[in-house]
Design a binder for this molecule. Structure first.
Ligand code: 13P
Ligand code: SF4
Length: 365
């Protein structure tokens, strides 16, 4: 989404000034404000968060503060939308920079997914038994799409449980937008990626498949990916094992299947944090996820060796758009009674999107 440039006063703030003014505005707003921070946020932002978490935890935390008037979401657009869906109308959800989107979420839109559904129906018949599952990294109208069709949302924390649930509701799963999380989850549940899964390319007729391939598939995986996690490779894992013999390799399930296969452990952001927290002193960890989180884990655990698998820096460029200047601007406007950058999901979309998110929370982790 478009974000107007900040007034010069904010754009030119030094780190110390921004920090001081954010703290002051937070104090002025008191219990009217809650700040949520995703683990991939930079340190200068995360230090101001009342709750830190991955997308699953923050979706739950959003509804834990019924008295806060303002929920300032330091994360990306789809997360703020989910918070708006899960909280009552009197709570205003605010995204400090509207340009903080998610390139993976943008890889599937409602027009394309509706088109895919119609083509699947035309090929498999209207009683096709396909259950749509969308990763939480998707627009609210796609969550509503799955909610209306008996499907669910999942996160990287609960993807296996959500997909298992979906397979009790129908024969096949249409999983979007992340092909890697879909494939890794299917493999975790014992399905064969070569014979039981096909990839849906939204730019090709039938997603680039034959009718026979679609009939045989248990999983139809949308051709989307995360530009941060798709960068990790088996070669990087081999290099880490050579430079640090005995290292534990821990990656996020948005990484490609061969990377998951070559790693020792994989799991969501919260899983990665818990694994390192509970590891013995002296152990070494090569981590395949976003760099802000990896650097923070390294700082917080000086008794362990924690480093990023990718020697080139791999930040999530959209998470990075929540700069302290934007947070300062947002909060000072709230103090003045001026609500900027409110994220409002239309009521019609909210209804079915909420249903899908409630199914996700009911399935649990
Ligand atoms: P988590 O569900 O682990 O928070 O992941 C969200 C995300 O965007 C990862 O790239
Ligand atoms: Fe999206 Fe990847 Fe950034 Fe997560 S890390 S918000 S999936 S682009």
């Amino acid at each position: 989404m478009y974000q107007a440039p900040l007034p010069k006063e904010f754009a030119d703030l030094s780190q110390e000034e921004a920090d001081f003014r954010i703290t002051a505005a937070k104090q002025a707003l008191g219990s009217r404000l809650v700040i949520l921070g995703h683990h991939y946020q930079r340190d200068e932002i995360i230090k101001h968060a009342d709750f830190r978490g991955d997308s699953y935890k923050l979706a739950k935390d959003a509804s834990k503060c019924p008295d806060a008037e303002f929920i300032v979401f330091c994360g990306v657009h789809f997360m703020a939308e989910s918070a708006d869906i899960l909280t009552p109308d009197h709570q205003k959800v605010i995204l400090p920079n509207l340009a903080a989107g998610c390139s993976m979420a943008d890889m599937a839109n409602l027009f394309q997914v509706r088109n895919c559904w119609r083509e699947l129906e035309a090929t498999l018949g209207s009683e096709m038994g396909v259950v749509p599952v969308t990763y939480i990294n998707s627009a609210a109208n796609l969550k509503a799409f799955v909610g209306e069709r008996g499907g669910t949302v999942c996160t990287s924390t609960n993807a296996p449980a959500a997909v298992q649930w979906a397979l009790t509701q129908g024969e096949k799963v249409l999983f979007f937008p992340d092909q890697h999380l879909g494939r890794n989850t299917g493999v975790k549940l014992g399905f064969d990626p070569d014979t039981q899964m096909c990839v849906w390319d939204p730019f090709k007729p039938l997603g680039g498949n034959t009718p026979e391939q679609l009939r045989a598939a248990k999983f139809v995986l949308w051709k989307g990916h995360c530009s941060v996690h798709q960068r990790f490779t088996v070669e990087q894992i081999e290099a880490a094992r050579q430079s640090h013999p005995g290292v534990n390799v821990l990656v996020h399930p948005e990484c490609p299947l061969e990377v998951i296969g070559a790693s020792d452990f994989n799991g969501s952001t919260e899983y990665i944090i818990r694994a390192i927290e509970s590891a013995p002193a002296g152990s070494a960890w090569a981590v395949g996820t976003e760099i802000n989180l990896v650097n923070r884990l390294a700082q917080e655990h000086p008794d362990k060796t924690v480093f990023c698998l990718d020697p080139q820096i791999c930040p999530c460029s959209t998470m990075y758009r929540i700069h302290p200047s934007f947070l300062c601007w947002t909060l000072e406007n709230l103090v003045k009674g001026d609500v900027q950058n409110q994220i409002v999901v239309p009521a019609k979309v909210k209804h079915f999107a909420l249903l899908a998110l409630q199914r996700m929370l009911a399935v649990g982790g």
